[in-house]
Design a protein around this ligand. Sequence first.
Ligand SMILES: [Zn+2]
Length: 411
Amino acid sequence: MNTAKMRNIFKDTDFVHRSGTAEELRVAEYLKEKCEELGVHAEIESFRVPMAEIESARVFADGKEIPCKGIFCCGSGDVEGELYYMPGLDKVSVAGAKDRIVLLDSSVIGYFAYHDLLDAGAKGILFRYGDIHYPNEDIDERDLREYVVGDGEKLPCAMLNAATAVKLVRTGAKKIRISIRQNEYDGQSRNVVADIPGKRREYIVLTAHYDSTALSHGAYDNMSGCVGLLGVMDALKGKGLNYGLRFIFCGSEERGLLGSKAYVRDHEEDIKNIALNINLDMIGTIMGKFISCVSAEEKLSHYLTYMGAELGFPIESRIGVYSSDSTSFADKGVPAVSLARLAGGSVAPIHCRYDLADVLSMGQLKSDITFITEFTRRMANSSVCPVSREIPEKVRKELDEYLFRKRKSND
Ligand SMILES: [Zn+2]
């Protein structure tokens, strides 16, 4: 795929395309069209996602209204209490949350932290978003995830801009009131699935999510990975590979890997035929370092670094769990690897208005895709895929923690 074609894909998807929205569907249909332009048939598969329409969300500090965004799916209600800034999630900090409105130094919360706050008797939660230098009106819209609430009750929650949060703490605000009204409903998100059959019936599954967060156009995170998938598809179609290639453009990754979780749940029978998952999440930045995170046997990690050395492509590899769609496959016992060019927030910030194609280099993206294509080709053309189906103990432990089945041991 040439760089002009790549650049056009970023142009055509240069808008917010958050999970469960009409814009996300528009990108799904666009990607299906791109596959078909390459001569590869694609299907759109829908899955349910919890959605909400916020009627009103207001936060008052000592009677004065401050800018906020309501958290989707946290229910409706009014709560009032003393402000409690809680930077840590340790037991001593949590004990102070009783009857108070907790301000977290974070924009998300996990299952155990949420339930600790419920048990401690917290009345509501304020999150803080972004960088203090972002414009005041930039406040991310997030949801209280179903797997975080579990069978617990929903607490009224709101998101503040980081500068507003700092001001609350600096001025010693006392009383906080959160008032939120919303209409929650079931929505739809989609995965786009395209196959290039091989000689064997087993597949190598390549994934990349295409949804963005609420303020982001999602060029780096993760249209870059989607362009990666299309680039691999273009290079390897019609090559008569031994293993089939299945490309899945996943929806709703930004809300907790919902697309890949739906895929592995709805295709349980297929799982045994998936030899390997190769996931792309954020590639092609001007600055940054190429990494691989292998949720499989250590040999695969060594293979990638050896291959990088052979091809003159530096790659830093580790074993573990990556916060992306590879995790859903690894959790079902499929060896998985996430590939990324990590640039860091100071040169290529994500989940914000600055995630635009400007942070990418089409030349770098092209060489990243060349490496990924070569790796995919070797795996798909092996007589038997060499990666063992065993998920190492260390990775299984990390999966239990990442998916909130067990507390992190240092909690
Ligand atoms: Zn991502």
